[in-house]
Design a protein. Sequence first.
Length: 191
Amino acid sequence: MSLSAIQRADDAARAKAEAAKEAAQQSANNDGVVTDTGTPGLWVTGDSVILGIRNVLAQYQKIELINARVGRQIGELIEVAKTDQQYVSNSPVVLNMGNNNALREADVRAVMEIVKNQPQIIVVNTAVPRSWQESNNEIIAKVVSDYSNATLVKWNVISKNHPEFFAEDGVHLNPPGVNAYVAAILEVLQK
């Protein structure tokens, strides 16, 4: 997919999120009372694992904007986060990183600096059968601990000894894995 096609898709997703937000704010119940008070939904960003949980997460939490893509690496995450943040400045953010490439502390810190003013930051670490899993998780944990409004979901710990959570590739999630991943996010959101 070309960069312009990605940008068009991103623009379309933002426009759709804005239209959904406006429609929800204008909706009323039978008494004529507005049922949505304009509370911002989640900003969800990351790679194909995040993309795979979106439908289940949306059953429990309003999603303001989702921007996730198969194969997304940290450099692209930095760029889309810079662009998307202006549209969801009051939204809690849920993100993952480190499934598709080895991370550098400076890159993880760059992502966190972009999202640092969100009301709540939920970062899900990685559980992938790749050589960089442990070092990525160490970097993520170190950087996330520097932000008081950030919580680390240790997916590597939650999913340990649960092969039923994963598809054959050991990365993407089966329905039980999707449910566990979403439950971990919801637990943080409800604190």
